[in-house]
Ligand binder design. Structure first.
Ligand SMILES: [Zn+2]
Length: 55
């Protein structure tokens, strides 16, 4: 299954059994659990950046 890589925003591969995420473009390689936490962390940072930008 294709998902968006949290690092480079290119298509990354999620294994069919949801066990790992791999990105061939930036060599991202982590478990799905780590990926979910990583994306949540990145999204919070991203929203913070946008909020700062609006000030
Ligand atoms: Zn990537």
């Amino acid at each position: 299954m294709k998902i968006v890589c949290p690092d480079c925003r290119k298509p990354a591969e999620l294994s069919d059994d949801f066990s790992f995420v791999k990105c061939q473009f930036c060599k991202l390689d982590m478990t799905y659990g780590e990926y979910v936490k990583y994306v949540a962390y990145r999204d919070v940072r991203y929203r913070d950046i946008l909020n700062d930008y609006k000030k």
